[in-house]
Design a protein around this ligand. Structure first.
Ligand code: PAF
Length: 269
């Protein structure tokens, strides 16, 4: 595996592969890998001849009061895991390379980026869409891999890909959960043992919402009942490439999100 920091070098490294018509898969990440990331990398490895993983903690998608400074970073471990997973290139640009002096061009996806996460994180999706477009331009992948856990993000990026005619296939892969049901997230490391226990309320409440939806009852009411006592940011059913029951809660200082795709999961189980 080759680790690359410079944008020009990243482009040059892929030029031969592109000329030879080899397929390129990109997994955009902010590092602190867990099995969710590894499932995306494995899929990229299975479906492409060349696999690029970007590791960039994107400052523009964090609000001023968010956890940019303390976001978990373990580059040595991430490099090892990426190499073991068969990644060809680990792209680790610096913030200055990605956002040079006087940077002033942004991508705004309108309706899909409104509501849900944006209520608590204004400007978040502008940062996500912009960095994803930059990564797509640098790597020019045939396929890009995202996790369903960030359901709104996946829909926003998919919309951007369609609206701007980007020549790549969006691959959105299922949420990976711990055995007890908690969705894997780099932010789970912030949780104390008690908080992690409390956090299980979130996937359970979403399951209750799914059950309600299956019976023809109100999934939001059912999920809200399950979340009573927690600090809830939102519980909502939104059309995120299909009806999706999504929720965000705060456990101590940590904000957790999770979702269930109602139609798919109702027919799957
Ligand atoms: O999901 C993430 O890790 C980030 O939002 C992404 C897609 C890498 C953009 O910074």
């Amino acid at each position: 595996m080759k680790t690359i920091r410079a944008i020009a070098e990243m482009r040059e490294s892929l030029a031969d592969a592109r000329r030879a018509g080899r397929s390129i898969g990109l997994v955009p990440t902010m590092g602190a890998f867990h099995d969710g990331h590894l499932s995306l990398i494995r899929a990229a490895r299975a479906e492409n001849e060349v696999v690029v993983v970007s590791l960039f903690v994107n400052p523009t998608q964090f609000g001023p009061d968010e956890d940019l400074a303390r976001y978990p970073r373990d580059e040595a471990r991430d490099s090892r895991l990426a190499e073991e997973a068969g990644v060809d290139y680990l792209f680790r640009p610096s913030p200055d390379a990605m956002y040079p002096d006087r940077f002033q061009t942004w991508v705004e996806v309108e309706q899909l980026a409104a509501g849900l996460e944006s209520e608590a994180r204004p400007g978040h999706f502008r940062g996500v869409a912009t960095v994803c477009l930059k990564l797509f331009n640098i790597v020019q992948p045939h396929r890009a891999y995202f996790g369903q856990k960030d359901a709104q993000q996946a829909s926003v990026v998919r919309r951007m890909v369609r609206d701007l005619d980007l020549p790549l296939e969006m691959r959105v892969l299922p949420i990976i959960r711990d055995a007890d049901g908690l969705a894997l997230s780099s932010r789970n490391v912030y949780l104390t043992a008690q908080q992690r226990h409390d956090a299980l309320t979130l996937p359970r409440a979403l399951r209750a919402g799914l059950e309600a939806w299956r019976r023809g009852a109100d999934p939001i009411a059912a999920a809200c009942r399950g979340l009573e006592g927690l600090d809830v940011d939102y519980v909502s059913v939104a059309d995120l490439d299909g009806p999706t029951l999504a929720a965000a809660v705060r456990i101590g200082q940590t904000r957790l999100i999770d979702n269930v795709r109602l139609e798919e999961e109702a027919s799957a189980s």
